[in-house]
Ligand binder design. Structure first.
Ligand code: ADP
Length: 804
């Protein structure tokens, strides 16, 4: 339409009218669109923009007025001027209706071509004017838009420059088109340095390959670029950045350019790294109690993560500083590091280095090691050479602080210019040292505790009594042997003064020789008087800074054996000598030729010889029996025995030699259950007890033998009205050779073996023997033997029961 031609819509139901209109308007040179139906007219109006409509008033379907109303109702066509063409009279009413329907003019038939042309021309001109105006407005709008765009771009640039982040843009191919001010500040690059791939120059070589791959991916797919990498700063140090880039698309969705940012996440990243480092180190440290091995692992780990080279020094128990571990992440440099440390151990007098850190407990940090420093530190040419070979850039050394002392030091060294230790690194190293020191102390404490526990276990299990008396005289340790030897319970002794806790301590303590630690202790035999008994202890003591440790062992039994041996010799020799003397005397008398012996005396002497020989035989038998019992050589042949029968037989035997003043009686029910015993041995027991009852009733009296069956046993009770046995001796009379009156002041002979033999024989058939006596008015000896039925039921396999 810019050719100046306007569209004119001609509407008339009659073709000839349309032709006439076309003929009139043709010379104006506009595009004429003629339609015969109102509906076609509406369609055309939707399709084109018209400068003017010529409308026939009278049409069959919709008349011109109605069509005009419809046209005016539509937004698109409401401003198009409508000229009514009519043959009707110039009736005012009609004219008025036409105007109210939106007509701007009327043309009455017959049409005057000039008038119509000039009217249409006016409207076309008007339309043309408004079109130009519209175009001008559009142009103006576009120009304004451009200006605005330019202004906003500038604003964005200013904004981007003001941002603390690095901001850049790139073309759709990824070539950089803009870097903000922060970029230049951070990298130290100048505007001339920045080519399309300038960013690649700043990324750490280790991070670059992955970043390039990702960038290419995103350029191809249009996905957001999102990568963490280290950017080199103007000072040559690297800091972690989070790089992001998003594509900017035009209205068609095509990528116009990319906007990228790089945010410094160095601190966050470090904290993360440090945290995970500390976590793994803590894990390693807590895994084992072998701290030497563990610290080696920590060194390896540190050398690969927070430093290039790590060494650990430790203070040995003798105070010397030894190197526990050295690790370098570069295997080639590890050799140099090892050699360096072997040749040049920490200088104990040095003002810096592990020895100094251990001495002062203060950490050291050198962020940047200069050549001058290296020269100053080197002890000779070789030292300097090794130091240079290792290429040191940064150094720190932290003490391993224990609770009471510095246990060692960890040295961390960087040889990569990209790694410079700062205060944060130092605090990380200190944290590492704290944990390592803890691990060392724990391991040592554990070992000590283990050793102590071991010692305690030994103390608890050894057979010697051990106790400890501190400087204030209180008992601080009382082992279980001490407890069971003395019968004094730990609870009654521990923490109490020895003089009240241990009976007779004050008297016995000065007699115990106290050796000093490391010296051989000499033992002393010392009696300990406890409530009822006397113990003989062999006691030795060793003094140490906090008190004295006493060790003792029970000699009571050895002493008892010793006295028993002496008793045996005394008793047996005495007991043997008496009958021997009698036999010897009788024999001598019989042999005399100078005196004529009466036949009666002759017989009497022979009788003495026979009786005393019997007595000798008895003593020897008892000795033999006791020795068989001791050595376990005597076997019991357990069988069914009738208690009544046994007792009756023994009473009968006893009566043969019964002194005149002694009475012997049996008190037993008719039916006594059978017992399980060796009948010969059981008879021996009863015989011994009857003999004793008679022997120890020197003034005569009544001896009663009773049989009392109960649930499981048959009890034999032999009571006399003789000398009696004091309660304190009732247990001991069953011991071997024990006699109440060893000196025989009362003239009653004996070996002290009888009751011992009884006890041993009764024990062998699961029986029991004991005595009851008030110590003055006679005694009752009880023997309990299991009933045969019980014994068979209780342990059928243990004894062979011979039923008769
Ligand atoms: P022995 O009679 O040969 O001395 P025993 O072993 O038979 O040896 O007895 C040990 C001690 O027990 C005796 O020396 C005596 O003092 C005491 N004894 C034994 N039986 C009696 C009793 N019935 N009455 C008083 N004392 C007794």
């Amino acid at each position: 339409m810019s050719d100046g031609r306007a569209n004119l819509l001609l509407v008339d139901d009659r073709e000839e009218n349309l032709l006439a209109l076309e003929a009139i308007l043709e010379p104006l040179g506009h595009r004429l669109v003629s339609v015969t139906a109102s509906s076609d007219a509406l369609k055309e109006l939707l399709r084109e923009d018209f400068a003017c409509i010529l409308l026939d008033v009278q049409m069959p379907e919709i008349d011109g007025f109605e069509l005009a109303t419809l046209i005016k109702q539509r937004k698109r066509s409401q401003h198009i001027p409508i000229i009514f063409v009519t043959a009707l009279s110039k009736d005012e009413k009609l004219v008025y209706r036409g105007y109210s329907a939106g007509a701007v003019d009327y043309i009455f038939k017959p049409i005057d071509p000039d008038v119509l042309r000039s009217k249409v021309s006016v409207f076309v001109e008007l339309w043309e004017k408004s079109r130009q105006l519209r175009e001008q407005a559009e142009q103006l709008h576009e120009q304004e838009l451009h200006a605005l765009e330019r202004a906003s771009e500038e604003r964005y640039r200013q904004l981007a420059d003001a941002m603390p982040q690095i901001v850049w843009t790139s073309d759709p191919q990824g070539g950089a088109t803009y870097f903000n001010r922060r970029w230049f500040e951070y990298t130290g690059m100048s505007a001339d340095d920045v080519g399309p791939n300038a960013w690649q120059l700043a990324v750490h070589p280790d991070d670059l390959p992955a970043a390039i791959v990702r960038r290419e991916d995103t350029l191809r797919t249009g996905e957001t670029f999102d990568v963490e990498y280290r950017f080199r700063g103007a000072d040559g140090g690297y800091r972690w950045h989070l790089g992001r880039a998003v594509p900017m698309r035009d209205a068609n969705g095509e990528i116009e350019f990319w906007i990228g940012t790089a945010t410094d996440i160095h601190d966050r990243k470090r904290v993360e790294e440090q945290r995970s480092f500390i976590v793994s180190v803590g894990d390693t440290l807590s895994r084992s109690l072998d701290y030497r091995e563990t610290l080696k692992q920590v060194a390896e780990f540190a050398a690969g993560n927070i430093a290039d080279w790590c060494s650990v020094h430790i203070v040995e128990p003798d105070g010397a500083i030894s190197e526990l571990a050295v690790a370098h992440q570069d295997p080639a440099k590890l050799t140099f590091a090892r050699e360096l440390q072997e040749r040049y151990p920490p200088d104990p007098a040095g003002e810096t280095g592990p020895a100094a850190v251990i001495r002062t407990g203060e950490p050291e940090l050198v962020s940047e090691i200069t050549d001058e420093m290296l020269h100053a530190a080197a002890r000779d040419e070789l030292h300097l050479g090794l130091l240079e070979e290792l290429g040191l850039t940064s150094y720190m050394c932290v003490p391993l602080k224990g609770r009471d002392a510095v246990l060692g030091a960890i040295t961390l060294i960087a040889s990569d210019p990209a790694r410079r230790f700062g205060p944060e690194d130092l605090s990380l190293a200190e944290e590492l040292a704290r944990r390592a020191a803890n691990a060392i102390e724990n391991a040592r404490l554990y070992r000590e505790a283990e050793a102590r526990a071991q010692a305690a276990r030994v103390l608890a299990t050894i057979g010697d009594g051990v106790f400890l008396v501190d400087r204030s005289g209180r008992v601080r340790l009382w082992n279980s042997a001490a407890q069971w030897i003395t019968g004094l319970h730990e609870d009654d002794v521990l923490g109490r003064p020895a003089s009240t806790a241990i009976p007779g301590w004050d008297a016995m303590q000065p007699r115990i020789p106290v050796a000093s630690a490391g010296e051989a202790a000499r033992a002393e035999s010392i009696p300990l008087q406890l409530h009822e008994r006397e113990l003989w202890l062999s006691m030795s003591a060793v003094g140490y800074e906090d008190g004295t440790v006493y060790a003792f062992r029970d000699l009571t039994e050895e002493r008892a054996l010793e006295s028993m041996r002496q008793d045996l010799v005394a008793t047996v020799s005495h007991e043997l000598r008496t009958p021997l003397a009698a036999i010897y005397g009788a024999a001598l008398t019989l042999r005399r030729n100078d005196v004529e012996l009466e036949a009666e005396l002759h017989d009497k002497l022979l009788e003495v010889i026979a009786e005393e020989s019997d007595r000798l035989a008895d003593i020897v038998n008892d000795l033999l029996l006791a020795s068989q019992l001791d050595s376990g050589r005597l076997r019991a042949n357990i069988e069914r025995c009738d208690p009544r029968e046994i007792v009756e037989l023994e009473i009968l035997a006893a009566r043969i030699h019964l002194p005149a003043q002694v009475e012997l009686q049996l008190d037993a029910p008719e039916d006594v259950p059978a017992v399980a015993a060796d009948s010969g041995q059981l008879r021996q027991v009863i015989s011994n007890l009857l003999e004793n009852a008679i022997k120890y009733s020197p003034n005569g009296g009544t001896i009663n033998v009773a049989l009392e069956p109960n649930d499981r046993h048959v009890r034999f009770a032999i009571s006399d009205t003789g000398l009696g046995i004091p309660p304190g001796e009732q247990r001991r009379i069953f011991e071997k050779f024990y006699r109440l009156d060893p000196d025989m002041s009362r003239g009653i002979g004996g070996t002290g073996l009888g009751l011992y033999i009884c006890r041993e024989l009764v024990r062998r058939v699961d029986g029991r023997i004991w005595v009851e006596s008030d110590g003055s008015s006679g005694s009752t000896f009880y023997v309990e033997i299991p009933q045969e039925a019980q014994a068979a039921a209780a342990s059928p396999s243990r004894h062979r029961i011979v039923t008769t």
